[in-house]
Design a binder for this molecule. Sequence first.
Ligand SMILES: Nc1ncnc2c1ncn2[C@@H]1O[C@H](COP(=O)(O)OP(=O)(O)OP(=O)(O)O)[C@@H](O)[C@H]1O
Length: 605
Amino acid sequence: MVMAEDRRLDDELRAPFIYRDDDTLDKPFQYAQFKRLLRYMAPFPKLIWGAFAATAGGIAVALVTPYLIGRTIDVAIAGKRTGLLAALTLALLALYVCNFAAARVRIYLTNKLGQNVILRLRQDLFSHVQSLSFDFFDKRPAGSVLVRIMNDVNALQDLFTNGIINSLTNLITLFGIVVIMLSLNVRLALVTMVVVPFMFLLSTRLRVLIRRSWQVVRVRMSRINAHLNEAIQGMRVTEAYVRQEENQRFFERMNAEYVEKFRRATGLSAVFWPIVDITGSVGTVLLFWYGVHLLTAGEVTVGLLVAFANYLGNFWTPISQLGQLYNQLLVAMASSERIFEYLDTRPTITSRPQAPALPPIRGEVVFDQVVFDYAPGKRALHGVSFRVQPGETVALVGHTGAGKSTVINLLARFYDVTSGRILIDGKDIRDVDLATLRSQIGIVLQDTFIFSGTIMDNIRYGRPDATDEEVIAAAKAVHADEFIRQLEHGYFTEVRERGSRLSMGQRQLLSFARAILANPKILILDEATASIDTHTEHLIQLGLRALLRGRTSFVVAHRLSTIREADQILVFQDGRIVERGTHGVLMRNKGYYHHLVLTQYRFMA
Ligand SMILES: Nc1ncnc2c1ncn2[C@@H]1O[C@H](COP(=O)(O)OP(=O)(O)OP(=O)(O)O)[C@@H](O)[C@H]1O
């Protein structure tokens, strides 16, 4: 067993692509977790009681009709009492009609209940995930967060829609049938019920096997999807490195595995209903074989036998649904465990209780002996100190991994310092309300995020209550107006797919407009490095100047022009500030900065 596992692992390691499958697909039942799930139904008592009331129809039909049919045969037909026959037939018909109406109401109510619960759960989860801090997202790919909010919540839908409500009525139905049968004839009842345990086994164990085999099929399918997605996106690399044949072999192997799993799943599914039928028939045979004995002994009537056969038929639906519930619960345990794991994760960065709001700031920033570890042993800053006056522009420069982004992450309080302090206008940023802190800090990232919508909407993201005129004024201020007007519908041009149809330079100009509209006192800017045509480059320099004017700005600078104009340059190396000053002074010193400019920034001049 261990060897087989090792071999499988070996194979996977040698495989050119490795796809991690979904987490476990089902888990043993846990009462505490189930109770926690049930709590999501609590806000909808009317729907729950309504649905229960509506299921009464189904219970009545399952319990009463076989008896009525038996009486019809024994009394009305055998006694040739046509009046009674008509009355009983009408009663049966009425029962079926009532049941039909009740079933419709029940389906409506249970669906509404299920949808409401799912809606609430998903909203809770999304709002909670939004509140989580950067360290949470550092550890998880966006895809896996998406899967939990969508798939894992969806996996609970059946349970909330049908599972819980139906299972209670099913238990009542089963209990009712047993009681009625026993009270009609104990021996016949016991013989009829011989097959019931088999029905339970079928509907739980065999169903679990079938469901798992289909899950395996789905996992294989999603592996193929993941591979295809990668293969298509990376087609240029594949062709450049002439890897087509190898990829083809890998793809064929994945496909073959899929087909094999699919065969197994269909094979298992195909035996399910025949086995159910056989079990049912065995039950019926037993019933009639023993029933005929009793009939000849005059102990039972034909009608009673027929009634029992009908009761036997009515066993299957509730047992089958309880089996489904059993399956739903196993799946729900796995999904809800993952959902609750997220819901139980507390944001690491929060405002202290009763933290005062940060009043409108002037923009003085002090880093005082700031040490920061991303994880124990992963020190990114080793005691960084500096002071920035309101309105100053600070350029952060250094090699990749030197700690520049870490400084800005700490300033916006996306992480908390490991030791030391960060002060804004003399206040430690951990002591003030987080929202009032962030709302006074503007952030422009390298990769500007463009949301689907119009250019106007995208700029307005900086300040949702801005008027169209204010948006346009902002765009003009950062010299973005010119290119926007040249677009097909100007400010009302729709941008899709993260703005892929805009050039890098245009996206930067948009992000400047967004930031200047928000008008923060402190601005953080991670300058994009993409090479841009000289005209746009010129516009960007003008736009940047306008954006930086009058606010404390921290720029992770990549353009020499930006660095030159900074009031203060902080030069980072391995998480420490190794030099500081203005461009002129630092160049004359001929130190690390001088070397950096000559090697790294010369071409950007
Ligand atoms: N989320 C993170 N988790 C763990 N370590 C990180 C994380 N982000 C950065 N680091 C590490 O911290 C150190 C400083 O990284 P930082 O991103 O601040 O560098 P940088 O100077 O901004 O580099 P670049 O110019 O490439 O963005 C690096 O060693 C980096 O590997």
